[in-house]
Design a protein around this ligand. Structure first.
Ligand code: ZN
Ligand code: ZN
Length: 1009
């Protein structure tokens, strides 16, 4: 037993693959030896080039979940892959720290309900402290997740969007926009959250589409001066009738006049039948038709003139309360006539601007109607719906009132229904440079068509970007306005601010509210005081400024544009968008700050549902990795689905295929280590070149090496093109299929021999395995860096300690053309096809693979049989048949054998396996069955393959069998690696040390020492 222990200790590989133990050992090694730091230093010193990169910063208002892990694993894979290829990549972390989500949590912590209370009771200084506390808290979760996942990102050089140095550089973007006339104040329709009391960007509004219930109201507006003619209109937002200023029809569609009772209704012609059906009106008569454009200018009676006196004032403008013809009007639904409230809708707003119609916005900050709304004043907009419906009913203008369920944007944070409202805000007029933006976007590589189209179509919406936010915790909008003359100036650095200030905060200050507001500047025009506007800016602007703000000027030149970025698919509206817009503003060029962008899909729970807090099905990274292996998770996240698709994450899958692949890799290394160690293999002496020069490689070796070159080439391509799932499938196939299931059985018997005269053969196999395993570990390292580092240290470096200290320092494998042999690969493909046909014939006949058989006939076209013949000894070994015959036609099989054949066929290849066994074959089969049991027992008891047993005894056999087996003692000694063997009918003496085993339904006993 002592040899067993010694050997295990020396090998340092436990009997089983235990990923958690492997990972904690490697994590400790990386930390102790400062491997990530050394890798950075190495690439600073030696590189083949620099590839730009910057972090898409996680917002520090939540903990990382498995969807985030998917992105981080891809980033880390790419970093390790590029580093091994010799590139320097600034893989430095970054954190998004400002904005509404953080503020809302701080409010919760402080127990404040609204902005007013916040300012009065808490004060902005304390509030800012609380926000910082929150981001530090969340940062610790992310730091720990990165460590557990094995992400080599540099936390020391992280950027934090709230820091002064970041904000100052971010201001440069605003300055550039200001200089180009792209930043300014104006009215525009924004999505506004009445609960958070701030406007949202288009990107934010796109985040919270939900199915909601709204009123569905048909009403009519009377044609002015007519007897009984009405326009029929539909709305889901009755409160907008308060701000109504126009009706719109489509210019090119026909509108019908329809007699209903004693009234005449006007609506789109194609909508008459469906609408009448919907309204349950059976009796009606179409009177005539008119083109939409002919209705332009028709005046209608606005019904609430008595309730909203302001509306009467607007009527001084002749366009107010008239019909306009516009292309955007949809005639496929409702009545084909829409009413326009320029204060509450983007299209309405644009029509009003075009025609010089005023914008009526009688709302305060809580979107309650002001006194301008007359009888509606004091009501929250959406709460006015009911009153509006009532008033319509009183006036006999309500046709029908129901409800509708539809998709409507809600606040992604507070879940309130958003309201579109015209607000005076600061805008970046990105719509004016949209052509440049689209041109820049067109030069980027997106890897997959779907996300690319989604991104380009989002960019094509060409909307101005509302960047002002009426909040506290954000980058201040650095615009100062003169109290007296209204002159504005934009300040873009701390230095400039200090120089220009005539009043400044006392003592400590930072570039945040409230300190920033204590700076008073002097107006260059009139000498009066200038105060800062009250806004902070959209936090999406912060992260979009990363390329310039996170680097120094010098690094900006080195690393921008980035070579490769990757984020989740929802970032088409988010970071990918803001990066691009800001970069075009900064440079003034149609240039993207990234050369390629991979958008990856959502991660769903095991039932295919979206993960959400309310469902309680969010898989958090930290607890997940406390229980499960990081390598298995990493492999799984890459292997399961294409990065572009939504992925179903089922933790139970980790122990299935991913475990099998990594465990096989582990055992292949262990197998190699144990054998090679036993023979004193020295890779410096017996390397591949030695084997090639000596000309002693056999076909299986040359085949494996050829397949390996193909693997390197294809796998590298797949990593480049981000087809990670296919790349992992390729590794899986090579490790489990080519190497473990095919190559090892082809050479196992060669390794079994102890004979010194076969030592060269064994050394050749070690040289081949050494090359193969080294390559495999390097290839898999970017995906599963723990197991690769572990085996590199414990196996590879145990033979060659002068190799680089970490596997991450190795160069990326390159395929060797001289090792590629496509003819040989085809021969083996044919051979393996034949072997699998033999296996299925065996299965039909109930013949175990271990039982040797006398002969097999391969019937196939000559070209095929010739390729198998070239590899005959391998074929016979794998098929476990004594002799093979090759024919083009089955009629050539001798009748006396044909009778005992079982056949199996696929396409043009047939195999006839002669399955009758004489006594010798039966005995040999039994011997192999028993040898297999002994081998299993050896393994269970912890013997390594190279251990030689003192004795093997097998009992529970029949007398005839004992007799039969006598002639096979020698062969069996070789197979089970023992010095002595005994076959017995019964257990002799005590049962101690005897192990039960099953053989074809009966019990036998084995004792080994
Ligand atoms: Zn909100
Ligand atoms: Zn002034």
């Amino acid at each position: 037993m002592s040899r067993v222990l010694e050997s295990t200790v020396k090998s340092g590989l436990s009997l089983d693959y235990r990923p958690k133990e492997v990972e904690s050992e490697v994590r400790e090694f990386w930390e102790r030896m400062k491997i990530p730091e050394k890798l950075r230093e190495l690439r600073e010193k030696e590189n083949v080039g620099e590839l730009g990169w910057y972090e898409g910063p996680p917002t520090l208002n939540g903990t990382p979940h498995v969807g985030h892990a998917r992105g981080r694993v891809i980033k880390d894979l790419r970093y390790r892959f590029r580093s091994m290829q010799g590139y320097l990549v600034p893989f430095w972390a970054g954190w998004d720290t400002q904005g509404l989500p953080v503020e809302l949590e701080a409010e919760k912590e402080l127990g404040v309900k609204n902005k007013k209370e916040l300012l009065e009771r808490v004060g902005e200084e304390r509030f800012v402290e609380e926000c910082k506390k929150i981001i530090k808290k969340y940062y610790s979760y992310w730091e720990s997740a990165d460590k557990k996942l094995g992400v080599f990102i540099d936390h020391e050089r992280a950027y934090w969007t709230y820091k002064d140095e970041y904000i100052e550089r971010e201001w440069q973007y605003l300055k550039r926009a200001w200089e180009q006339g792209l930043l300014g104040e104006g009215y525009y329709i924004v999505a506004y959250c009445p609960s958070c009391q701030t406007s949202l960007s288009n990107a934010e509004a796109g985040l919270g589409y939900k199915e909601v219930e709204d009123p569905s109201v048909y009403f009519k507006f009377k044609v002015a001066g007519s007897e009984n003619e009405y326009f029929v209109v539909w709305t889901t937002m009755p409160f907008t009738i308060v701000t109504d200023l126009m009706l719109a029809v489509h210019p090119d569609h026909e509108y019908a006049k329809v007699k209903v009772g004693d009234e005449v209704w006007i609506m789109a012609d194609k909508r008459v039948e469906p609408l009448m059906k919907e309204l349950g009106i059976e009796e009606y008569v179409k009177l005539g038709k008119v083109l939409g454009r002919e209705l332009e200018g028709v005046k209608y009676e606005y019904p609430f003139l008595d309730l909203v006196p302001k509306q009467r004032e607007f009527e001084a403008n002749p366009k107010v309360h008239t019909v306009v013809a516009e292309d955007f009007v949809d005639v496929e639904s409702a009545s084909g006539v829409v009413h326009l409230a320029p204060g509450n809708g983007e299209e309405d707003f644009l029509v009003a601007q075009k025609r010089g119609v005023p914008i009526f916005v009688p709302y305060d900050d809580e979107v309650k109607f002001t006194s301008d709304a007359g009888a509606f004043s004091g009501l929250f907009a959406r709460d006015a719906d009911e009153k509006v419906i009532d008033e319509l009913r009183k006036r006999g203008l309500l046709i029908e009132c129901g409800t509708v369920r539809h998709e409507y944007p809600t606040c992604w944070r507070s879940h309130h229904k958003l309201i579109w409202v015209a607000r005076k805000e600061y805008y970046i007029w990105t719509d004016r440079i949209n052509d440049k933006i689209l041109e820049a976007a067109g030069k980027v590589k997106y890897f997959f068509e779907g996300p690319k189209n989604r991104f380009i179509s989002f960019l094509s919406e060409r909307k101005p970007w509302c960047i002002s936010r009426e909040r506290v915790w954000g980058t201040p909008l650095p615009i100062w306005v003169c109290e007296k003359c209204g002159h504005k100036t934009l300040v873009s650095s701390k230095k400039e601010l200090l120089e220009k200030a005539i009043e400044k905060p006392e003592g400590y200050f930072e570039l945040h509210k409230p300190w920033i507001d204590r700076f008073i500047l002097k107006c260059e025009k009139c000498g009066s005081k200038m105060r800062r506007v009250p806004y902070v800016i959209d936090c999406w602007f912060d992260s979009g400024a990363a390329p310039y703000s996170r680097f120094t000027d010098e690094d900006f030149k080195r690393f921008v544009p980035a070579e490769f970025l990757v984020e989740a698919i929802d970032q088409t509206r988010g970071w990918a968008n803001s990066l691009l817009l800001e970069h075009v503003i900064l440079t003034g060029e149609a240039e993207s700050p990234y050369r390629s962008f991979l958008f990856y899909g959502f991660t769903l729970d095991d039932k295919g549902r979206k993960m959400s807090k309310s469902l309680g099905n969010v898989v958090e990274v930290n607890p997940l990795l406390d229980r499960y292996s990081a390598d298995l998770c990493r492999f799984y996240l890459l292997w399961k689905t294409s990065p572009v698709d939504s992925m179903i994450f089922d933790v139970n899958d980790l122990s299935k295929r991913p475990y099998q692949v990594l465990s096989t890799l582990y055992h292949l290394n262990r197998f190699f280590l144990q054998n090679a160690e036993y023979d004193g293999f020295d890779p410096s002496k017996y390397d591949l070149d030695w084997a090639l020069k000596s000309g002693i490689l056999r076909p299986p070796d040359r085949w494996l090496l050829s397949k390996l070159q193909g693997l390197i080439e294809k796998y590298t391509e797949l990593l480049e093109s981000c087809e990670f799932n296919s790349a992992m499938a390729l590794l899986d196939d090579f490790i489990v299929g080519t190497l473990s299931r095919n190559y090892v059985p082809m050479v196992r018997r060669d390794l079994w021999s102890d004979d010194p005269k076969y030592l060269d053969r064994r050394l050749t196999i070690y040289a081949v395995l050494w090359e193969t395993l080294n390559t495999l570990l390097a290839l898999i390292n970017p995906a599963t860096p723990f197991i690769s580092e572990y085996l590199y240290q414990k196996v590879i470096r145990s033979f060659k300690p002068d190799l680089p200290e970490s596997i991450n320092f190795l160069p990326w494998p390159k395929p060797r053309k001289d090792l590629r042999n496509e003819t040989l690969e085809r021969d083996f493909e044919n051979l393996l096809r034949c072997v699998s046909l033999v296996y299925s014939a065996r299965q039909k006949a109930g013949m175990k693979r271990r039982w040797p058989l006398r002969r097999v006939y391969v019937v196939a076209p000559r070209e095929f049989t010739e390729s198998v013949m070239r590899l005959e000894s391998v074929f016979l070994e794998l098929a476990n048949v004594k002799e093979a015959f090759y024919l083009e036609d089955p009629s050539g099989i001798e009748p006396e054998y044909l009778d005992g054949c079982v056949d199996s066929a696929e396409d043009e290849v047939q195999v006839y396996l002669y399955v009758r066994r004489d006594e010798a074959l039966v005995s040999e089969g039994l011997m192999r069955d028993l040898a297999r049991r002994v081998q299993a027992l050896r393994k269970d008891l912890g013997y390594v393959p190279t251990d030689i047993l003192e004795s093997v005894r097998i009992a529970g056999l029949e007398e005839g069998e004992v007799e039969m087996l006598k002639g096979y003692s020698e062969t069996m000694l070789g197979l089970v690696r023992a010095k002595k063997i005994e076959f017995l009918t019964e257990v002799e003496g005590s049962r101690e040390g005897w192990h039960k085993s099953r053989l074809d339904g009966r019990t036998i006993y084995i004792n080994i020492k």
